[in-house]
Design a protein around this ligand. Structure first.
Ligand SMILES: Cc1cc2nc3c(=O)[nH]c(=O)nc-3n(C[C@H](O)[C@H](O)[C@H](O)COP(=O)(O)OP(=O)(O)OC[C@H]3O[C@@H](n4cnc5c(N)ncnc54)[C@H](O)[C@@H]3O)c2cc1C
Length: 259
């Protein structure tokens, strides 16, 4: 079984992030970047699927030179090969352009299953996987907690407010996973060393038959009109408990209509 996992390199959400005028894109230089959190769960499901069905995992990312880190991380955890799609014309690409590029890469790789995170931890639109499914005409199974299969059909389990659902779709199929999926594994010394011998293919837009006018700032269907910094949080209020702490807490909540 051929599995493709989509891994996005994002600024570390634990660190301060800022937007840069005039286009209000996220400042990415000088910021530590990591694999988007849910993509680690997507990778784990991809590896488990490939291990159970004697398959292979290819990790794919779209982004500038430093984004290759996402693919390297996937190779260290056990993916067999990687694809880094990089092209100067991609700067400023919106969600549609990103999906155009990723769907062309998936078409070229011909996998049985594509696994992605439910949302990235930076832009977080949750739109890219469904757009890829639409562009390829493939089914999409979204917000999945566990991926199962008996060979020809992909079956998934997901927890909803009303209970547990089991869904299935024929392959090829796209799946997005939540953080209720299996805990991502840590790389071992052996897999880190093995990753150095694995291949990362670098593809440009022309390798994928995509014209530069389809991507980048000029092709973006949306723009950010303005952005302001989130106001810093005010100092908290400390109430010393001198025997009436519970009453003061209840009064505090009542004053704010929280009870
Ligand atoms: C006008 C405009 C300009 C923009 N300019 C820039 C820019 O200059 N630089 C920039 O970095 N972003 C830019 N963005 C944001 C960029 O378009 C989005 O980050 C990108 O489309 C992915 O969307 P998302 O993060 O919401 O993905 P989601 O749909 O939330 O992601 C879901 C999953 O899809 C997969 N995925 C998403 N993106 C990628 C990727 N790149 N590679 C591999 N897998 C992926 C991952 O598995 C991810 O978990 C711009 C957006 C707009 C609207």
């Amino acid at each position: 079984m051929k599995v493709v996992v989509l891994v996005k390199c994002v600024p570390d959400s634990q660190l301060a992030r800022s937007l840069v005028a005039p286009k209000w894109n996220m400042k990415r230089c000088d910021v530590s970047e990591i694999v988007s959190e849910l993509d680690e769960y997507a990778l784990e499901e991809a590896l488990r699927l490939a291990e159970t069905h004697s398959g292979s995992v290819t990790a794919v990312t779209v982004g500038p030179a430093r984004a290759v880190k996402a693919v390297e991380t996937a190779l260290q955890r056990g993916a067999e090969s990687g694809v880094h799609i990089m092209d100067d014309a991609l700067a400023g690409s919106d969600v549609v352009a990103t999906a155009v590029v990723l769907s062309a890469a998936v078409r070229r790789l011909c996998p049985d299953v594509v696994i992605a995170g439910m949302a990235s931890t930076d832009s977080g639109t949750s739109l890219v996987p469904s757009m890829i499914a639409e562009m390829l005409g493939w089914p999409l199974l979204g917000c999945v907690d566990e991926v199962l299969t008996d060979g020809s059909v992909l079956r998934v389990r997901r927890e909803r407010d009303h209970g547990l659902e089991v869904l299935e779709a024929s392959m090829p199929v796209i799946v997005t996973v939540t953080d209720r999926a299996s805990e991502p594994r840590f790389p071992s010394f052996r897999t880190i060393l093995a990753a150095k011998r694995k291949t990362i293919h670098s593809w440009s837009l022309s390798d994928l038959g995509i014209c530069s006018s389809e991507v980048g700032w000029d092709a973006a269907r949306t723009s950010v009109e303005s952005a302001v910094e989130r106001p810093s949080r005010g100092a908290g209020h400390i109430e010393k408990d001198e025997g009436h702490g519970g009453i003061r807490l209840a009064e505090f909540l009542l004053e704010r209509n929280l009870l």
